[in-house]
Design a protein around this ligand. Structure first.
Ligand SMILES: Nc1ncnc2c1ncn2[C@@H]1O[C@H](COP(=O)(O)OP(=O)(O)OP(=O)(O)O)[C@@H](O)[C@H]1O
Ligand SMILES: [Mg+2]
Length: 244
């Protein structure tokens, strides 16, 4: 398996308190890797370190063989790493089409013409299921629709890997199933590797090839979903009695 993304001893302190401590991980090309753990475990902070929103106090991020530690998010994006935010922040006064076009134009490694960006935006809105809302202004979307928009914008940058920070919270079972099919389609059809933070355990356990568990900033466990679901440390720290 080709390693596409690697974290080495990643560490980040906030005001003297460690949010992420000595975290090592490897993501293989084409994998779907789940990142789970309790609230405040450091999942979003780890993503922020990986895509350059935060500089780690210690450690390195290696992406496609290149040390990208400390590079800015827009540079990292152009290298092929897209990211969705836990709390979406679209351009509220722009249409969905314009929001996704911005991802295609500014995130893409190559310079692309407006007409091409528009074509990509139409396609990605279709992929996430917002194709009937091209001209809707983003501020009128529900939270779930904003999440879809985030994903469309991220995909429009033509990434090799996408970091998804919670996508399924608040969805009903039918919507979770649909979202799982979407992630599978993204991997299969667009060949995008997925590193995915999620609290909806039944989705992670069914979809992820591997799961990494963070707890209080430390990597607590890593393995196949079936192994993680039975790991007594993980059950104690996070899963409790009610797995999947
Ligand atoms: N910018 C910041 N300044 C200070 N502390 C922060 C900052 N960002 C995060 N933290 C703290 O770092 C720790 C890890 O937070 P983080 O948001 O990474 O957790 P998380 O695993 O994503 O949680 P959740 O599942 O609730 O999203 C928490 O204690 C949080 O309060
Ligand atoms: Mg988070």
């Amino acid at each position: 398996m080709t390693i596409i993304l690697e974290g080495k001893s990643l560490t980040k302190y906030f005001g003297g308190l460690p949010a992420v401590r000595d975290v090592d991980f490897e993501i293989g090309q084409g994998e779907i890797v789940g990142l789970i753990g309790p609230n405040g475990a450091g999942k979003t902070t780890l993503f922020n370190i990986i895509n350059g929103v935060l500089k780690p106090d210690r450690g390195r991020v290696i992406f496609r063989g290149k040390d990208i530690t400390g590079l800015k998010p827009h540079t990292v994006c152009k290298l092929g790493m897209a990211r969705t935010l836990q709390v979406p922040r679209p351009f509220l006064n722009l249409s969905l089409l314009e929001n996704v076009m911005s991802g295609a134009i500014f995130g893409n490694h190559n310079t692309i013409a407006r007409s091409k960006a528009e074509e990509i935006a139409y396609r990605m809105l279709e992929v996430v299921g917002l194709n009937h809302k091209h001209y809707v202004i983003a501020k009128n979307l529900t939270l779930q629709e904003r999440k879809k928009l985030e994903l469309a914008r991220a995909l429009a940058s033509n990434p090799e890997i996408i970091l998804i920070d919670e996508y399924m919270g608040g969805l009903n079972p039918a919507e979770v199933k649909e979202a799982m099919e979407l992630l599978q389609r993204i991997r299969k059809e667009y060949k995008v590797t997925i590193f995915w933070v999620e609290h909806v355990m039944r989705a992670v356990m069914q979809l992820a090839d591997r799961v990494i568990v963070l707890n209080q900033g430390l990597k607590l466990a890593e393995g196949k979903p079936s192994e993680i679901a039975q790991d007594s440390r993980v059950i104690e720290a996070y899963l409790g009695g009610g797995v999947v």
